[in-house]
Design a protein around this ligand. Sequence first.
Ligand code: HEM
Length: 163
Amino acid sequence: MTSTTTINTLVDQLKANPLNWALLAVFLYVLRSYISAPANAAPEPRHPETIVFKDYTPIELQPYTGKQDNGMGRILMAVNGNVYDVSRGRNFYGPDGPYGNFGGRDASRGLAKGSFDLDMLTDVDKPIDKLEDLARDEWEALREWEAHFAGKYLLVGKLVENI
Ligand code: HEM
């Protein structure tokens, strides 16, 4: 069958039954969507945000309070020498959260003593709190919090002294 014969047959079919016009319209519509689909369906591939395990000094940690400044909205927090990304606990540690004081800081003393008061925090330009005065039950509390953070949040680094 030549292509002319095929076209003639198609035209005859269209003349014979008006329903065929509707079928042709549906066919053309599906064909058009199929041809234009790849452009819509394939968004630009984007690399997921890379999180690198690294050392943070208290000064470097400080911007990560959840505000849209140097920390770019992320919230990091140190617990007994480990740094966790607690961004998904924004309701707790974000700028308006009840434990917002801990965001971007070493929270160890506050967690050990069960207090989120500002005087639990060590100034960021001072040496890291060695926690030498903690009582046995306070160490126990801190270790329990450590287990909580390790189970819930991503460990992203270590807290090291300012250079
Ligand atoms: C006034 C007394 C307090 C109340 C009513 C309270 C209430 C709560 C509640 C409801 C949660 C969520 C528990 C969950 O969903 O797993 C929580 C979590 C937490 N609380 Fe408190 N809290 C109090 C005192 C404190 C204090 C003094 C500290 C200071 C260390 C503290 C630190 C935390 C931390 C670190 C979490 C875990 C948040 C997380 O999973 O990231 N809380 N608290």
